[in-house]
Write a protein that binds this ligand. Structure first.
Ligand code: UDP
Length: 451
């Protein structure tokens, strides 16, 4: 049961309702709980977290009014806008009633909210409670988002082909083609979300799940540009390694399979919790993996291939060809997988959590960014930190096979492995007692205590 001290300070944390947002918020909650705060997780009904995995927190479900049809909408920006419209007053009401998530006399000292659920900030302002935003993407993504609005005003969205390779001035190594746009759903909705969610002004501070040694330059730019204190306290999972946040059931059966593989031999493949692939892409990925002759662990999320339940169309010839050399699961315990000594490479969509998790385990990457901030992360992985190589253009079995061989067997891959191990050591230092993230975490706790 939660220990609700009468005089303790309570924080209300509001996660964004997607896996890549929920995970860092629950990690932050775990960290702040360990620093003596009482925690309430206020979440939408849509993609709600598993409260039984967190007996130390109080949970508050915000009625979000989404219909069955709205929940199934593939346009995530449309869902985000609707949630924000629907939740502002219901959240304010939940907070002002305050019956099931605070003790008598207990004060909510701050609302920490994911930038996507910006209704929280509006409710906090109405109730005169201080608020702090958590941004779950990198500092590089955060600093370049406003450029998208400039491009839109100039009529350059979608970014024309002639600009895709052009460097973005002052934001090396990014090119205009790497800027975090979406290639599905309504662009108008997308821009509305960016304008409403990623506007640093209203909050009293911003927490970033990043680390100074990875993003010195974008962090310096953020500090110059915005007046609010910025706390780069990541990678959060390093401070909260046991925090459980999976929305899907993890298949731990892949760990005994990994135990049977040799050191650094396995390529782990996952495109995260949102990205989709076509049946053609599935087939090209499958044959690229098969032809590489390397062992692989592949996460294919049910529903991630339009028109298929799971992998029922995977051809028998492929299964016959790979036999026990491949293990396919619906959802993996990713952090355990990356930490496993058999895993020698990560073919990833480069979501920010996956990027940090791979760096922290010293695993070099094959980058297949699909949309949004993944393109920014992939560019940093390949051209700034030099710990990954990018699969560019259409996914095709020959390119896949070559990329896997390069990463797992060739000198170029070996150099990336060395670079990512160097980076891992720097990150390990940052989360240690004398490191930058540890310092910013103490500063954040000081600020929260003073509220
Ligand atoms: N993840 C997992 N099992 C899987 C695939 C992903 O636990 O099989 C986790 C992964 O560890 C990461 C999160 O899901 O923490 C995905 O977040 P990310 O930012 O990488 O990508 P997104 O899903 O938001 O596109």
């Amino acid at each position: 049961m939660e220990n609700r001290g009468r005089n303790s300070k309570r924080l209300v944390l509001v996660p964004g309702p997607f896996q890549g947002h929920l995970t860092p918020m629950l990690q932050l909650a775990t960290i702040l709980k360990s620093r003596g705060f009482s925690i309430t997780i206020a979440h939408t009904q849509f993609n709600s977290p598993d409260s039984s995995a967190h007996p130390d927190f109080a949970f508050l479900c915000i009625p979000d009014g989404l219909s069955e049809q709205e929940v199934r909408n593939p346009d995530l920006a449309a869902i985000v806008l609707r949630l924000n419209d629907n939740c502002k007053s219901s959240f304010r009401e939940c907070l002002s009633q305050g019956t099931n998530h605070t003790e008598p006399g207990e004060k909510i000292c701050c609302i920490i909210y994911d930038a996507l659920v910006y209704f929280s900030e509006a409710a906090a302002r109405d109730l005169k409670i201080p608020s702090i935003a958590l941004y779950t993407s990198s500092a590089a993504t955060t600093i370049v988002r406003p450029i998208l609005h400039e491009l839109k005003a100039q009529g350059h969205i979608p970014v024309p082909d002639s600009m895709l390779q052009v460097p973005v001035p002052l934001h090396q190594p990014l090119r205009f083609g790497d800027l975090p746009t979406f290639n599905f759903g309504s662009l108008d909705y997308f821009f509305e979300v960016v304008a409403l969610a990623y506007n640093l002004r209203p909050s009293s501070a911003v927490i970033l799940n990043t680390v100074h040694c990875l993003e010195e330059s974008p962090l310096a730019q953020l500090n110059r540009k915005y007046q609010v204190p910025i706390f780069p306290v990541g990678p959060l999972h390093k401070f909260a390694p046991t925090s459980a946040a999976s929305l899907l059931q993890e298949d731990t059966g892949c760990i005994p399979w990994l135990d049977k593989q040799t050191h650094n031999s396995v390529i782990y493949v996952s495109l995260g919790s949102v990205a989709h692939m076509s049946q053609d892409q599935l087939s090209e990925m499958a044959w690229g993996l098969a032809n590489s002759k390397e062992p692989f662990l592949w996460v294919i999320r049910p529903g991630s291939i339009p028109g298929l339940e799971w992998i029922e169309s995977m051809d028998e010839e492929f299964k016959e060809c790979v036999k026990d050399r491949g293990c396919i699961v619906k959802w993996a315990p990713q952090k355990k997988v990356l930490a496993h000594e058999a895993v020698g490479g990560f073919w990833s969509h480069c979501g920010w959590n996956s990027t940090l998790e791979s760096i922290c385990e010293g695993v070099p990457m094959i980058c297949q960014p699909c949309f949004g901030d993944q393109k920014v992360n992939a560019r940093y992985l390949t051209h700034e930190w030099r710990v990954g190589l990018e699969l560019e253009g259409e996914i095709e079995r020959g390119t896949v096979e070559r990329a896997i061989r390069t990463l797992m067997k060739e000198k170029e891959g070996e150099e990336m492995r060395q670079s990512v191990l160097d980076l891992k050591n720097k990150v390990d230092f940052s989360v240690g007692d004398a490191g930058s993230s540890c310092h910013y975490l103490s500063e954040l706790v000081k600020l929260l205590t003073s509220l």
